[in-house]
Design a protein. Structure first.
Length: 292
């Protein structure tokens, strides 16, 4: 860690002190799990309560690391604690606008720079706070989940238990709705999701199918999608593009301890009036978040 000043400007230590202070003011307190578990009890017919609690545990773990490292950085700058190599890495990363590896180790996948990462984290925390205060959402911001697969499994689990069908027989059909961001009410079955970006193509609102991208438009924010659970054996065979969904644009991931990919989410079948190979060649995929 070197102390730098530029022509009467702030030193690097002052810059990081201000940045750490700013982030600390914005990061809310940990979720009170005991209180929330009393409100959202484990119920056989409502798997989303379990999904919610699991997500809050993961986010608490992340915000604890962010909070404690920023508090320690401020102490180290003031000379109250030793600047360890771990803290030095946090300092150096913040100085160049990068997410510290200490945070990344406890985080969901993200390729965003530091400022955008913090903004995104705060939006995710706000999404769950709204869920806690207002009850299960009418529409789920799929980009906000730490472990997206648990949400998808929860949707299938609710359907399996209600319809008394083994969960391993189930899958999703996907309907891209006319709603851009909000819907008037919950679906009769399954879940509404929003927050996906299509890369390599766009969603044609008139023909309700995948279409060629507009010139110089890299991403198209897809309207609300209805996840419709059902028996896979009864799904109709249509002209579909099997569109992979990823958490980030990296389009690669490693298998986590749960056996799920850290980046791949699922494959959505979307209507297309062209052969599937056309979109495969264009590398069409959907992303839960952009890099900026």
């Amino acid at each position: 860690m070197c102390v730098q000043t530029s022509g009467g400007g702030k030193s690097s230590q002052e810059i990081i002190e201000d940045l750490a202070s700013d982030i600390l003011q914005k990061i809310p307190q940990d979720f009170n799990l005991e209180e929330i578990q009393n409100k959202f009890k484990v119920m056989y017919m409502e798997s989303m309560n379990t999904v919610l609690i699991q997500e809050l545990i993961r986010f608490n773990r992340l915000t604890k690391v962010v909070r404690s490292s920023l508090q320690d950085i401020r102490k180290a700058i003031k000379g109250l604690v030793v600047m360890s190599s771990e803290l030095e890495d946090v300092f150096d990363s913040m100085m160049v606008g990068k997410v510290p590896s200490l945070w990344a180790a406890k985080s969901y996948p993200s390729l965003k720079p530091l400022g955008s990462y913090v903004t995104d984290l705060l939006a995710r925390l706000a999404f769950f706070k709204d869920w806690i205060n207002g009850g299960t959402p009418t529409i789920f911001w799929i980009s906000g989940f730490y472990f997206t697969q648990s949400f998808l499994t929860g949707v299938l689990q609710n359907y399996a238990r209600r319809m008394k069908i083994p969960i391993d027989h189930l899958g999703f059909e996907f309907e891209v709705t006319k709603f851009e961001t909000n819907v008037p009410q919950k679906p009769t079955t399954g879940a509404y999701i929003k927050g996906l970006f299509m890369e390599g193509a766009k969603w044609d609102r008139k023909s309700c199918a995948i279409s060629e991208s507009m010139p110089k438009i890299l991403y198209d924010q897809v309207p609300v999608i209805w996840l419709k659970p059902g028996d896979r054996a009864k799904f109709e065979e249509k002209s579909y593009y099997h569109c992979p969904v990823y958490k980030t644009s990296a389009r690669r991931g490693v298998l986590s301890t749960t056996g799920h990919s850290t980046n791949y989410v699922l494959t959505m079948t979307l209507p297309s009036d062209r052969p599937e190979s056309h979109w495969v060649n264009r590398g069409v995929a959907m992303l839960c978040q952009l890099d900026d």
